[in-house]
Ligand binder design. Structure first.
Ligand SMILES: [Zn+2]
Length: 102
């Protein structure tokens, strides 16, 4: 093994094995085994989520807002469609109230 390789050798942060990082990824922290790369991936996802805790909440909120907007439009439409019913209902109620007062 050349000096070059000896200098480059690193210890895998997952399994502790000694490995030589890919020359295109010198800051590699895990060996090239599938298991270690997979664990490293999971860890970086977790880190990312911890750094961006609002990301998923934000997405949820956007969806909720959209739902509320849809619901609002639906109710508005429904009320317009049944306006006569409401007018009639109000009139009946007022009438009843007046009759009760008398
Ligand atoms: Zn490893």
């Amino acid at each position: 093994m050349s000096n070059y390789h000896l200098k480059k050798m690193k210890v895998c942060m997952i399994c502790g094995a000694i490995f030589i990082p890919n020359k295109y990824h010198p800051s590699q922290k895990v060996c090239s085994s599938f298991k270690c790369r997979h664990i490293r991936q999971l860890l970086s996802q977790k880190e990312w989520r911890e750094k961006n805790p609002d990301y998923f909440c934000y997405k949820d909120k956007k969806e909720k807002d959209l739902w509320a907007k849809k619901r609002y439009l639906y109710l508005k439409k429904w009320r317009e469609k049944h306006r006569e019913y409401f007018v009639q209902y109000r009139e009946t109620k007022n009438k009843t109230n007046r009759e009760n007062k008398i």
